[in-house]
Design a protein around this ligand. Structure first.
Ligand code: FAD
Ligand code: DHB
Length: 399
């Protein structure tokens, strides 16, 4: 007979140690609320996974308020503007003068490292390599999470479960299909991203719309560049030699006056990311609350995925804190409504940036001219630049 499961109890069971799960766990800890974080991967894996890099001002402020902003403050690169490049010319949008805010470039895996360190320092558990995680009794007063660790079955009895397990996690599929409405759009292009040991060729990010396709210049430090180019979603990475990638980057960033140059360096990481917009409505079912990529995905052009995960975690922490403090379920009941209101605005911005900056397969000559006119308008009208700057640096956080 199989050994009986080891039964444990916690207030909040959190599935997934990405930004959403780790921010939530730390915010709850600061309010004296217990949680257990279950993560399928190893600590090393999640601390090395290369993903996003742009933090909105509100995300930076949140991490600082949580006491995990010291290294971010020291090592993060504060940017007061961004460049849009098209027709061989660059146009800067100055966030500071338009909206008085900025963004910080700091890699997602560094945020994860800081949050893991804070969690472990506070004595809060993270179960790494938790296998076969499943969620049960979601509409009951005490939902449960079952998992295996080192061959031992565990059952975790919770007051609430937070599904922070990303797009491919187990929490969203555990909700009956008929209880959810899914909105989805898959884009007919992808991003090939590289990390290169090369000093960034610009102090600020450059989003380029070129007839050969989109390109983005970003960075991780004064020595490391992060660069992306639009490619076919079916593209085989083996067809993209380093030389071919650099050639495309030179072409797509070239300026008409020929004065701008791109510094090359050894490519230390290379991957292809698909582009998708996806929303789950509602983001809650019984006592299961979805946060971050488990509930929604944005195409990366607006640099919003990580920031949206952070705001969901913030709303959920507030809702759970209110519940334990006063018994009120007011914010818990409105969790989806509050998060989706922000999410749809961010969805629109991400879709808009994506549509404005990429070459769309099958586009007509009219579509192309309209796209270039939009870029011209956005970069020359103060009203339009202000809207872009407001979105890019992050909409105000409201509950
Ligand atoms: P995640 O970071 O995905 O965290 C979920 C966690 O749950 C992971 O650690 C995962 O291992 C764990 N997990 C999954 N299943 C289980 C399970 N069954 N049991 C236990 N744990 C589980 N955004 C940008 O803005 N710019 C970018 O350039 C960019 N690049 C990206 C590249 C890739 C390949 C991906 C996948 C995403 C990228 N994003 C980017 C989006 C951004 O990184 C995400 O929006 C952000 O990670 C969301 O945080 P999260 O905590 O919701 O989810
Ligand atoms: C980065 C990623 C993005 O999706 C983006 O829009 C800007 C920068 C980055 O990885 O640095």
């Amino acid at each position: 007979m199989a050994d009986p499961a080891k039964v444990e109890r916690t207030q909040v069971g959190i599935v997934g140690a990405g930004p959403a799960g780790l921010i939530l766990a730390h915010l709850l800890h600061l309010e004296g609320i217990e949680s257990v974080v279950l993560e399928v991967r190893t600590r090393q894996y999640i601390e090395e996974r290369v993903r996003a890099g742009v933090l909105e001002q509100g995300t930076v402020d949140l991490l600082a308020e949580m006491g995990v902003g010291d290294r971010l403050k020291r090592e993060g690169l504060v940017h007061h503007g961004v460049e849009f490049r098209f027709n061989g010319q660059g146009h800067r949008i100055d966030f500071q003068s338009l909206v008085g805010r900025s963004i910080t470039v700091y890699a997602q895996q560094e945020v994860v490292k800081d949050l893991v360190a804070a969690r472990l320092a506070s004595g809060g558990p993270i179960v790494f390599e938790a296998k076969d995680v499943s969620v049960h009794d979601l509409t009951a007063k005490s939902p449960k999470i079952r998992y295996q660790k080192d061959g031992v079955e565990h059952e975790l009895i919770c007051d609430f479960i937070a599904g922070c397990d990303g797009f491919h996690g187990v929490c969203r599929p555990s909700i009956p299909e008929k209880s959810l409405t899914i909105y989805e759009r898959v884009y007919p292009f992808a991003w090939l991203g590289i990390l290169a040991q090369a000093p960034p060729s610009s102090e600020e990010l450059i989003y380029a719309n070129h007839k050969l396709g989109f390109a983005l210049l970003s960075m991780r430090s004064p020595e490391i560049s992060r660069l992306y180019i639009q490619c076919d979603p079916e593209e085989d990475l083996t067809h993209w030699s380093d030389a071919r990638i650099w050639e495309q980057l030179h072409l797509r960033f070239a300026t008409r006056d020929g004065k701008w140059s791109l510094t090359e360096g050894p490519v230390i990481q290379k991957s292809i990311a698909e582009m998708r917009s996806f929303v789950t409505d509602p983001m809650q079912y019984g006592r299961l609350f979805l946060a971050g990529d488990a509930a929604h995905i944005v195409p990366p052009t607006g640099a919003k995925g990580l920031n949206l995960a952070a705001t969901d975690a913030r709303v959920l922490a507030r809702a759970i804190t209110d519940f334990y403090a006063s018994g009120s379920t007011d914010i818990l009941d409105r969790y989806s409504e509050i998060c989706l209101r922000r999410c749809w605005k961010v969805q629109h911005f991400s879709w808009w940036m994506t549509s404005m900056l990429h070459r769309i397969p099958g586009e007509s000559a009219f579509d192309r001219q309209r796209q270039l006119a939009e870029l011209d308008y956005v970069t020359s009208s103060r009203a339009a630049s202000t809207a872009l700057a407001e979105h890019y640096t992050g909409l105000p956080f409201t509950i």
